[in-house]
Design a protein around this ligand. Structure first.
Ligand SMILES: NC(=O)c1ccc[n+]([C@@H]2O[C@H](COP(=O)([O-])OP(=O)(O)OC[C@H]3O[C@@H](n4cnc5c(N)ncnc54)[C@H](O)[C@@H]3O)[C@@H](O)[C@H]2O)c1
Length: 328
């Protein structure tokens, strides 16, 4: 039985990856320190014979007993609200955390896949974004803590690949959504759905003409799974190229949720990208991968998930007490 370590296992994507690898017959070790994750996301795997969980901060030395075939490094705050509140932890998990996991991969002879992001393209001047675009990132802007951590993560991963011959994979993930996202993490889908469920107006930042493209989590996981098993070491975009303006998207949410509230407008945050759309030609060619889940179908599943939350979860304004985790 192949063994895989998944960091960030208690988070949104990490928990779905744990499910996928368990279903594929792997032995899975999930690792997380719960800084933005939630035990609830893994509760269904608690007694699974092929699942083990380790509560650990990956910015500290990481050690695993026995063999390891694969590592998927997904630990990192991922939403702007999170990384603006815990900027130093964000920089540390992308740099020190990645270094620790590359070292572990080298020691075990394991293949490692790291979760990079479309944020490496910053506020892109090229549209849609292909993997050979270098990006337009403000290093010292508020989002720089995340963007630069991820850019460093890619650099050190390629250095381990080139210098040590380590088997590495880099996925550049574009906006992904689905069940187990946090309602209050500031990302647009949970934000709109939470507002609709609480009977609040839907908030658009800016004039709503900025575009986004949203990939359903099952499609994302399929792309990541195929990339891990491929033989391609350079970055690959995985995301859904179907682009929509935030204003149009708000209208879709109003229709889906049946809310009678209106849309209100607030100032656009600094360095918020105006356009984001992956060019997925490389993923198509290399992995035979294209997203399959239609936005209306994925949004319905996601809304059903948010509807199943308790009143307490729905009205909690702050999901996380970051203070208990801060030791920089
Ligand atoms: N969801 C997306 O649309 C998206 C887009 C681009 C990139 N990504 C990347 O995918 C990964 C997962 O994102 P997500 O949306 O699931 O976020 P998430 O916040 O739901 O999950 C991240 C997990 O990492 C854990 N974590 C953070 N720092 C840690 C540390 N030092 N040690 C151990 N665990 C730690 C958190 O507790 C959390 O469970 C991140 O690396 C993120 O940058 C996600």
């Amino acid at each position: 039985m192949k063994k895989v370590l998944i960091t960030g296992a208690a988070g949104f994507l990490g928990s779905h990856l744990c499910d996928r690898f368990i279903n594929e017959g792997y032995s899975v070790i999930g690792m997380d320190n719960f800084i933005t994750g939630d035990e609830k996301n893994l509760v269904h795997l608690e007694n699974h014979p092929n699942f083990q969980f380790i509560n650990h901060d990956v910015t500290e030395f990481v050690s695993i007993e026995g063999d390891l075939d694969y590592i998927l490094h997904f630990a990192s705050p991922a939403s702007p609200i999170d990384y603006l509140k815990i900027p130093i932890q964000t920089l540390k998990v992308g740099s020190l955390g990645t270094h620790n996991l590359l070292g572990l991969a080298k020691a075990k002879g394991a293949r490692i896949l790291i979760a990079s992001t479309s944020e490496v393209y910053g506020d892109p001047l090229v549209h849609p974004q292909t993997e050979d675009y270098y990006g337009n990132v403000n290093t010292i802007g508020p989002r720089g803590v995340y963007d630069e951590a991820k850019r460093f993560q890619e650099s050190i991963t390629m250095a381990y690949h080139r210098f040590h011959g380590l088997e590495t994979r880099i996925v550049r993930i574009f906006n992904t959504y689905g069940p187990r996202m946090r309602l209050n993490d500031g990302r647009v889908i949970p934000a709109f759905m939470g507002q609709a469920l609480r009977g609040e107006d839907l908030t658009i930042f800016g004039d709503g003409s900025q575009t986004r493209s949203f990939c359903y989590v099952d499609d994302q996981v399929e792309g990541i799974y195929r990339l891990l098993l491929s033989d391609y070491a350079e970055p690959v975009n995985i995301g859904n190229p179907h682009e929509i303006t935030i204003k149009e998207f708000a209208e879709e949410i109003i229709k889906l949720t049946g809310t009678t509230q209106k849309v209100i407008y607030q100032d656009l945050p600094i360095n918020d990208p105006l356009q984001r759309q992956p060019d997925i030609s490389l993923a198509k060619k290399l992995l035979g991968w294209v997203p399959k889940v239609d936005r209306s179908e994925g949004m319905k599943i996601t809304f059903d998930y948010f509807k199943s939350l308790t009143e307490e979860e729905l009205y909690k304004s702050e999901h996380k007490d970051f203070k208990s985790h801060i030791k920089v």
